[in-house]
Write a protein that binds this ligand. Sequence first.
Ligand code: SAH
Ligand code: SF4
Length: 394
Amino acid sequence: MAESNVDTATAVADNAKVNLMGMSQARLEAFFETLGEKKFRAVQVLKWIHQLGVTDFNEMTNLSKSLREKLVANAEVVAPEVIQQFDSKDGTRKFLIRVGGDNAIETVYIPDGERGTLCVSSQVGCSLDCSFCATGKQGFNRDLTAAEIIGQVWQAAKSFGQLQANGPRKITNVVMMGMGEPLLNFDNVVDAMNLMMHDHCYGFSKRRVTLSTSGVVPALDRLAAVTDVSLAISLHASNDEIRNQLVPINKKYPIAMLLDSAQRYIEAMPDSHRKMTIEYTLIDKLNDRPEHARELVRLLDGIPVKINLIPFNPFSLSNYKRVSEGALRRFQTILLDAGYTATVRTTRGDDIDAACGQLAGQVNDRTRRSERYKLDTNALLRSSDDTIPVRLVN
Ligand code: SAH
Ligand code: SF4
C-alpha cells in the first residue's frame, strides 16, 4: 500500500507528526517497529482510539511512560473536525465535517428501529458526474484520507457516546453512500472499511458494511482480494441507453460488464448466501415505466440480488422529477411478482438536506460560507424543537 495513505496533510502541518487515526493494524505495526517497539502495541492503540475514543497518548495507560513520550513526540490522533451537527425531527443526524480549506463533507446517521446506519463519504465531490446527483454536480475536489473516512465513523460514534466501555450501540451499519465514488479512492476506503470491521475497533460484521459503486469495473475486479464487505451497485436503469444518460461511466463500463464483475465479487465470498444490493433511483417518466421494470426483471435473472428502489430526491441544479407514488408501487409490484426482494428506501432527514443525492458539502465561497454559518448558528440557538430547518449548503 502506498505511503501516501498516511495523513500527510496533518503530518506536514504539525512538524511531520504521523496521524494514527486512519492506520490499519499492519501500518501501525510497521510504525511501532520504526520506533523500536513491539508489534502488539498496534492493537492496544487501535483499541484506545476506536473503541474508547482516546486521542491523548498520556491517557493510554497500558503503554509505558517512555513509549507514551515517544508517541507524543512523533505521532498524533486527529479526526476531521465537525463544524456543525443537524438533528432532524425523524432522528436523522447530519454532520458537516471540515476537511481543510474551503472543503466540507457530510456524514449522515439514519436510525431505523434497532438499526442505525451511518452514511459515510469517500471523496470531496465526485468526478463521475451522474446527472441526477448533487455531489456529481459540484465536481471533484480530492480523495479523503483513510483518517478522514474512519474519522467520520469516529466522530459520529463519539457524538452518541458509543466510544466507551459498554457505550450504546447506536451505529450498527455503515454504508459508503455519502459523497464520492469509493472505488476511485480504493486504498483509503479499503483501509477505513477494514478498521470498521476490525474486532478491536468498531467490530461491524461484513454484512453491515456496504460499499456502493456506480461501476468502476477494474477497481471492483480488485476488491475481493482485499475485503469482503457487502456490495451495492448503483444501477438505476434497465438498459445501457438510459444508464448512459444517468451514469456517464456506463459508456466505459456498460451494464453487462458491471454485473459480471459484481457477480464475480459475490461469488468470491466464502459465504454462499450473500446477495448484492441493486440500487435503482426512480425518476419520473425516465426509468419508472412498467416496461423498465420488466426489462430489469429479465436483466437480473439468475443474479443473487435484492433491489432497493430510491425515489429521486430533487435538488436545485436538476430538472428531473421524483417518481409518482403510483409509478413507484407499480414498479415495485412487477419486481415482487417476479420473485425479487424489492424494498423502497424512505426519504429521511429531508428537513436537513440529508437525503440521498442531496449531499453537497463543498463550500466554494468563503464569505457566503461564514455568513451562512452565522445564520445557522443563530438558528441553532433560536431553535426550540429538535429540528434545525436551515439549509447550509447549496
Ligand atoms: N458513488 C457511489 C456512492 C455514493 S452515491 C454510488 O454512486 O453508488 C449513493 C447513492 O445515492 C447511489 O445509489 C446514488 O445513485 C444515489 N443518489 C444520488 N443522487 C440521488 C438523488 N438525487 N436521489 C436519490 N438517490 C440519489
Ligand atoms: Fe459520484 Fe455516486 Fe453521485 Fe455518481 S451517484 S456522481 S458516482 S457520488
